[in-house]
Design a binder for this molecule. Structure first.
Ligand code: TRP
Length: 560
């Protein structure tokens, strides 16, 4: 194949597609439903006013989550590419916004250098120049990089869930109280052989599924694992609700306490909506790129959002009643899953069995999310570098495994990674937390919110809402342009054009509301924006606002 352009076109022609709408919906729901839903949502709800927080979360999902998800789906399906390829294809030849941002970051970098912040100065300078040179493609590159980084620590936590299945099944997970469970968790996660072994198993499963391809791998396994996950969840809810004393848990979880809603909790809800729907780094762009033109993007996006939200809400019902029934405190925060839950099941008849089910549920949820993260990076090497899927999945998986190992062996301290610590300290001047914390913080608090912000700006203003809307319309003609009133009444017909249609609403949201909201949440997370009405007691340091700190930050915090 002498002509590379031709080669690329041939590759694009054989690009795989989901077998139908359900293939996409289940795969995307598999990506969205993860540790964030089952581990994090329940406890931040508990900390932020129960039912009142749930209402705000639903609002964020509808007003920000759904519109941004449609942006990513439209980008993916229109370009039929991974995030980098998608932005490459739509990149305007010259763009004042990108040049301005690039130049501004370069100037910032020079200032940093002038003040002898060498590491950050060089990072800013390189970033600024990259933006100047490649403009919007940098957003795609950041997404692929975020996929790599997130999976490195996500799979360590995924490994713990697998390890805990084994421990529970072999009866070694029976602790009379939380302190004992805590000690056991610390020695388990802090033991390099265990942690790396479990991490390896988790990564091997992800690689195996991605290696098989879109239909035979991701879709097939989503169709098996997602129903399994629902069944496990329902069984665990029934178990929890039928324990004596479960009512208090339901009340704690769902009783709306509006006095605990603050600006901060709204931002937490927004950030979590983003993280939970896997937005901001192109996971949905990638999955959307395997969608056929006849699919209805509105319906598919709405289904994914509803499934994800339903599982988050149900997870709270599986956890809190059981925790309350045993008289444990629900505010263990990050440690809830690995420290409180094992102790809870110790007191329940057939505890080991329930514990196996619970950690199986977590492992399944984490696995389908891990697969989506790996697929983003794999698709990049397949589309842009012309690698075979097998080679890309194996090589990328191995690289991520390597970085994950560094996380796994340095949970509590840097002693095993002194060289890396020295290098980072030399370059950046200070290092906060463990390597695990560092990756989590960089990806979740910086890359995802910035990615989400620039994706909405790009779709709303650069690619233009008009062209994106044309993409969304395909396959969704019946209601994209129907008037909202007609739609609610069920009277919409193809060709109806009302003033307020789903599509016009979407345009307004992605051009104005979503970017503004995401930007505010981001500035708040990085501490440049604070609200006078800070909550009386911040539950944990480092508020997980924009894009919420990744689920796994359970890890280091709990292991400490
Ligand atoms: N949404 C997943 C969860 O709730 C995590 C996740 C998977 C994710 N893929 C992602 C988050 C991509 C952001 C971007 O646990």
């Amino acid at each position: 194949m002498g002509n590379p352009e031709k080669g690329r076109r041939i590759m694009a022609n054989v690009r795989e597609q989901w077998s139908g709408g359900w293939g996409f919906i289940l795969a995307a729901a598999g990506s969205a439903i993860g540790l964030g839903n089952i581990w994090k949502f329940p406890y931040i709800t508990g900390e932020n006013g129960g039912g009142a927080f749930v209402l705000i979360y639903l609002l964020c999902i509808a007003a920000i989550g759904l519109p941004v998800m449609l942006c990513e789906m439209a980008l993916g399906r229109h370009t039929q590419r991974n995030p980098v390829g998608a932005f490459k294809m739509l990149n305007p030849a010259s763009c004042r916004v990108a040049h301005g941002v690039g130049a501004a970051i370069c100037i910032g970098g020079l200032f940093l250098l002038a003040f002898k912040w060498w590491g950050w100065g060089v990072v800013a300078l390189c970033l600024g120049m990259a933006i100047f040179r490649w403009r919007w493609v940098v957003v795609g590159v950041m997404g692929v990089a975020a996929g790599f980084i997130i999976l490195a620590f996500y799979s360590v936590v995924g490994g713990w869930t697998i390890g805990y299945i084994v421990l529970a099944a072999s009866g070694r997970l029976n602790f009379a109280d939380v302190a004992a469970a805590d000690a056991a968790f610390v020695s388990f996660a802090g033991h390099p052989a265990w942690a790396i072994g479990c991490h390896a198993v988790f990564m091997a499963l992800c690689i195996g599924i991605v290696y098989k391809g879109v239909r035979a791998g991701i879709e097939r396994w989503s169709k098996i694992l997602m129903p399994l996950m629902f069944v496990l969840l329902l069984v665990l809810i029934l178990r929890g609700l039928t324990l004596p004393g479960a009512r208090a848990g339901v009340q704690f979880y769902l009783n709306p306490d509006f006095s605990r809603i603050t600006a901060q909790s709204v931002l937490i809800a927004l950030g979590h909506a983003f993280f939970s729907l896997s937005l901001g780094m192109g996971a949905i762009i990638t999955y959307g790129s395997y969608l056929g033109k006849q699919q209805n993007l509105f319906a598919a996006g709405l289904s994914v959002v509803i499934l994800d939200t339903a599982v988050a809400l149900l997870a709270g019902l599986a956890i809190f009643p059981a925790v309350f029934a045993q008289g444990f405190s629900p505010d263990a925060g990050t440690g809830l899953v690995f420290k409180v839950i094992p102790a809870v099941f110790f007191h329940v008849p057939l505890g080991a069995f329930w514990a196996v089910l619970f950690f199986l549920l977590l492992a399944v949820a984490a696995l389908t999310s891990g697969v989506s993260l790996l697929e983003v990076v794999t698709a990049y090497f397949v589309d842009e570098r012309g690698w075979t899927r097998a080679r890309a999945a194996a090589a990328v998986g191995a690289g991520i495994f390597g970085m994950g190992c560094l996380c796994a062996i340095s949970l509590n301290d840097w002693t095993r990674l002194a060289w890396l610590h020295t290098v980072l300290l030399k370059v950046f001047g200070s290092v906060k937390g463990s390597f695990f914390d560092m990756l989590d913080h960089t990806a979740s608090n910086w890359m995802l919110p910035l990615g989400g912000f620039f994706i909405t700006i790009f779709v709303g203003w650069i690619w233009s809402a008009r062209r994106a809307a044309a993409e969304i319309r395909q396959g969704g003609e019946n209601y994209a342009d129907a008037s909202m009133v007609q739609l609610l009444a069920g009277l919409n017909e193809p060709g109806d054009r009302g003033a307020v249609t789903p599509l016009t609403l979407w345009g307004i949201f992605i051009r104005f509301v979503s970017p503004a909201a995401v930007l505010i949440a981001f500035l708040h997370t990085i501490g440049w924006l604070t609200f006078a009405s800070a909550p009386p007691a911040a539950p944990r340091p480092g508020p997980p606002a924009a894009a919420a700190d990744a689920a796994p930050d359970a890890g280091p915090a709990t292991a400490r």
